[in-house]
Design a protein around this ligand. Structure first.
Ligand SMILES: CC(C)(COP(=O)(O)OP(=O)(O)OC[C@H]1O[C@@H](n2cnc3c(N)ncnc32)[C@H](O)[C@@H]1OP(=O)(O)O)[C@@H](O)C(=O)NCCC(=O)NCCS
Length: 365
């Protein structure tokens, strides 16, 4: 989403008007009911482009899925996934009836708490420049910094019904240093923003204006480094091609946010024929000594070689077991996983667009 608070989804849910929301604490979510509600909140917030219930199931295991409940009803959710020393916030959504009540900030504080408990050094997220509420929550309320600008990260306007620019916002948990801004640039001044980042500055304040917001910049310290650039997909167009490969066997496929996030904190391996994407697989280290394998997905050819590549990568990451998910309806995928030694460990009823989600695992030792 685009302009915070602007919701266009006609299927939005409505909550009772007099809910007691005094200081509800974020909690970890994992029940099927919570996952389905969480994905509905995400859909409403992101115009149907957001995380699906199966993706949230994966995130709740490989990372963390936290939510705020008021009177037993879920009103806000945040999904986060882990790299080796960093944790990425993949999405945050607050129910439209509960915006501006501090839930987004509450969830981000909890994310920081969980990260600190896990010895993580850095938090980061990708935020649209026009998303004033999210930037204000991270930068002004919780001392995150805007460390980079990625114009067109999610493709051209129209690919998703919203603009594709993103700021990388991050917080270094090893440093307490907080800088004051020395100059301001309007968010609409894209050339000025680019120049500010390129000349070694970071955004340390969001300044609300009558006609638009500005960013207050300070000189970057060595601590406020940009995240390492990683990326297997050649462009956002290729990410959409990957999503289409998924859609052949999964309804719904993962969101492009998830594919991009996995690329940033995990490993994605792709296969191409000339320039055309013909297959891909993702690997993410889990919180224990396990690794999650996303896919593999191909254009019809045998996916076993990609699965083997992913298992080698998982071993190199130090994993002694791998796990994956698949809709129960994907018979071909299930046969391939079974032939490769995967055993069903869990079933989530109706999570895959009404069909069951199966969780399968393999011991690599
Ligand atoms: C972004 C989002 C999660 C924030 O959650 P929230 O609970 O409404 O946020 P909070 O109440 O914690 O804080 C928001 C702050 O931003 C401020 N704010 C809102 N719109 C703003 C704008 N356009 N410019 C600057 N500040 C703004 C609010 O005034 C509030 O600050 P205050 O408490 O000092 O008044 C929520 O708006 C949302 O779900 N948006 C849709 C989905 C989305 O964009 N998610 C983030 C993707 S990275």
């Amino acid at each position: 989403m685009l302009k915070s608070g602007v919701r266009t989804n006609p299927h939005r849910m409505h909550l009772p008007p007099h809910m007691d929301i005094t200081e509800p604490m974020p909690e970890r979510l994992s029940s099927v009911m919570d996952l389905l509600t969480a994905s509905q909140i995400e859909k409403n917030a992101f115009d149907d482009k957001a995380e699906t219930a199966p993706t949230l199931f994966v995130v709740s295991k490989v990372g963390d899925l936290i939510g705020v409940k008021a009177n037993g009803e879920l009103v806000a959710v945040k999904s986060m996934i882990y790299g080796t020393k960093e944790v990425m916030s993949m999405s945050t959504s607050v129910h439209e009836d509960n915006l501006g009540q501090g839930h987004g900030t509450r969830l981000a504080r909890n994310m920081e708490k969980i990260a600190r408990e896990n010895g993580v050094h850095r938090l980061f997220a990708l935020v649209a420049p026009e998303n004033g509420a999210q930037l204000s929550s991270y930068v002004n309320k919780q001392a995150w910094a805007i460390t980079d600008y990625k114009p067109g990260y999610y493709g051209d306007e129209g690919d998703f019904g919203f603009g594709g620019d993103r700021f990388i916002v991050s917080k270094d948990l090893t440093s307490q240093e907080r800088k004051d801004p020395i100059f301001e640039i309007e968010i609409s001044d894209t050339a000025g923003l680019k120049l500010a980042f390129e000349s070694g500055h970071i955004g340390v304040r969001l300044i609300r204006g009558e006609t638009g917001n500005s960013i207050g910049f300070a000189k970057a310290t060595s601590k406020a480094k940009r995240p390492k650039e990683k990326g297997a997909f050649s462009s956002q167009k290729e990410v959409i091609a990957a999503q289409k490969l998924e859609a052949k066997v999964r309804d719904p496929p993962s969101s492009v946010f998830f594919l991009r996030s996995m690329e940033m904190v995990g490993e994605v391996m792709v296969e191409r024929d000339e320039d055309k994407l013909t297959g891909f697989v993702g690997v993410m280290a889990g919180k224990k000594d396990d690794a999650y394998i996303h896919g593999p997905f191909t254009d019809g050819k045998d996916a076993t070689p990609l699965l083997e590549k992913a298992e080698s990568k998982a071993k190199a990451m130090g994993a002694s077991s791998t796990w994956t998910v698949t809709p129960a309806s994907d018979e071909k995928g299930l046969a391939m996983l079974s032939a490769a030694g995967y055993k069903i460990t869990e079933k989530a009823d109706g999570l895959y667009g009404g069909k069951d989600l199966l969780c399968l695992a393999k011991d690599l030792t």
